[in-house]
Ligand binder design. Structure first.
Ligand code: TAP
Length: 513
């Protein structure tokens, strides 16, 4: 087994890569509009009730329609998962890891094709789509190796007259509920971590990206994952989600999404259903109100570039998006000027044509973001963008609102769109206080050239992922274990050495000689 290495990102400046992406977009376009089934115990089930997935960048384009799970089918999937668990839990962990290695290899071969699905279904530009596919590959490569590492029993300190050891064993049937914003990476990471550790899974994909999820379910079938280990159960979160979370046979819930839904799941899972014989485990990664702090000693050009990339990459729809910039008063005007120039230079248009800025995810998000922009105009000074943009989809101008007070709603609430709030701090220490002044704690970044300030920030900037002189998005599997504090979630640290244990329980075995 080779050492883990992050998947290289595609350089679309190279002619052969550009052509490969264009060919993949063409191929996928020819496949749009199909119907996709649920998958329960390996059986493909087409239901009468189907939900359409459309291209948010061209709302007349149908990506496909997906059969929907009702309660009877959810129950059937639960039974299939339980039955599969009875054997899958005993499969050699190294063999379980092999399914992930194989799936990673296959995904790598079909990288451009999966990226093209992301471009059409959720409006990522090419680099954002490629980053998501690469991260999905990384998760599988990383978790497979982690499982191999954890497979051998842990030696314990010797105790006279006994042989003692500790094994990690799986939990049972898990409900995996991913978000749409990293439709492959997060879904793949959450699903394969649960599977490789010996659990069986019901995967309920996010509604805006059900087709990409269906493509992954197909991939796992192709690599020969035993039937019933992964059951694909698309359906509305509010209906099927509550049913599955509350089910007495559900052993754990792995969730990534908004604070509201995460807290609701946590509450529901805490209620013991009749017949339930365990305490359900909840792993919940939720929202963020992340920020970049710029110190007076910083490289201002680098800071401004990072602010714009972090705020507007994938239209600001990342949990790690830098939706706040907190700038020292001595450099505030200079940094703001550069941020405005760089924001105004971002071109908006159809994702398949690879514009910097594409559409936001759906109509609900579109209206919510435009409402926040109006709120922002009353809370600060609009210096860039400020309204919807041209196009047959959910396009919004990247928007910068300056001189915003720390308590303002656009400094406190997760907007999840291309809106940046900029705040002025009188001192470095005040900037850190403003940074900490939200209920979230996911990512943060400090631009500085002052070592004492890095030390101060390392102790006091309260966030799960802190970066120095680097943007606050784009965590790399392995190098940057990812997860947040406070209302950002349970700090599970995806892509890190502690993650897989969340889906296992430790069993101590002691034999007297
Ligand atoms: P949500 O609206 O919370 O949806 C997340 C998932 O929960 C979807 O699959 C959704 O299904 C499902 N769901 C909705 N109601 C449910 C219920 N009652 N029971 C069970 N499942 C339910 O979030 P989103 O819009 O997809 O994603 C954006 C949010 O995710 C942002 O807040 C972002 O910060 C956060 N996020 C966090 C992270 C990390 S690592 N912290 C990473 C990515 C995203 P439907 O789509 O069918 O409603």
């Amino acid at each position: 087994m080779l050492e883990f290495k992050n998947e290289a990102l595609v350089n679309f400046q190279l002619k052969e890569n550009k052509e490969a992406m264009e060919a993949a977009l063409k191929k996928v376009k020819a496949e749009l509009g199909k119907e996709y089934p649920l998958i329960i115990n390996g059986e493909k089930i087409f239901t009468e009730k189907k939900v359409k997935s459309i291209n948010p960048g061209n709302v007349d384009e149908l990506i496909g329609s997906v059969s929907q799970t009702n309660r009877d089918l959810a129950e059937k999937a639960m039974e299939a998962a339980q039955s599969a668990f009875s054997t899958w839990q005993y499969v050699d962990p190294v063999s379980r890891a092999d399914y992930l290695f194989k799936a990673a290899a296959e995904l790598r071969r079909r990288k451009f094709e999966f990226s093209a699905w992301e471009v059409y279904e959720i409006g990522k530009n090419w680099a954002e789509a490629d980053g998501d596919v690469a991260e999905a590959i990384d998760f599988m490569e990383f978790y497979a190796r982690e499982m191999v590492r954890l497979a051998s029993p842990k030696a314990l300190p010797p105790f006279p007259g006994e042989r003692n050891r500790m094994h990690y064993i799986p939990l049972g049937v898990g409900i995996v509920i991913p978000p749409w914003n990293f439709p492959l990476a997060i879904l793949v990471g959450m699903t394969t971590s649960a599977i490789v550790t010996g659990n069986s899974v019901l995967l309920k994909p996010a509604s805006p990206t059900m087709i990409i999820a269906a493509k992954f379910a197909e991939l796992m079938e192709e690599v020969g994952l035993p039937k019933g280990v992964l059951n694909f159960v698309p359906g509305p979160g509010s209906e099927i989600g509550d049913y599955l979370v509350g089910h007495p046979k559900t052993r754990f819930i792995s969730f990534t999404g908004s604070k509201e839904v995460g807290l609701h799941i946590n509450e529901l899972a805490a209620k013991t259903a009749p017949g339930q014989i365990w305490v359900k485990r909840v792993v919940a990664e939720m929202g963020g109100k992340d920020a970049i702090v710029v110190d007076a000693s910083a490289n201002l050009e680098a800071a401004a570039s990072a602010i714009v990339t972090s705020a507007f990459g994938f239209q600001g729809q990342k949990c790690s998006a830098g939706s706040r910039a907190i700038i020292h008063k001595d450099v505030y005007d200079d940094v703001l000027k550069m941020v405005i120039e760089k924001t105004n230079a971002l071109a908006i248009g159809l994702p398949e044509d690879n514009f910097a800025i594409g559409p936001v995810s759906d109509q609900g998000a579109y209206h919510k973001i435009l409402e926040y922009i109006e709120i922002g105009k009353t809370e600060g000074r609009l210096v860039s963008g400020g309204s919807k943009a041209e196009g047959n989809g959910y396009y919004i101008q990247p928007t910068v609102i300056a001189d915003v007070k720390p308590e303002a709603r656009i400094m406190q609430e997760e907007i999840f769109g291309p809106v940046l709030a900029v705040s002025k701090a009188d001192s470095f220490e005040e900037a850190i206080d403003i940074f900490n002044n939200t209920e979230y704690g996911l990512t943060g970044s400090l631009y500085s050239n002052d070592r004492a300030h890095f030390e101060y920030a390392e102790q006091r900037m309260h966030c799960g992922n802190l970066y120095f002189n680097r943007k606050c998005t784009g965590a790399m599997v392995g190098a940057h274990p990812f997860g947040g504090f406070n209302m950002s979630g349970t700090d599970s640290k995806t892509g890190g050495p502690d993650y897989l244990q969340l889906f296992m329980q430790a069993k101590s075995v002691s034999e007297v000689f």
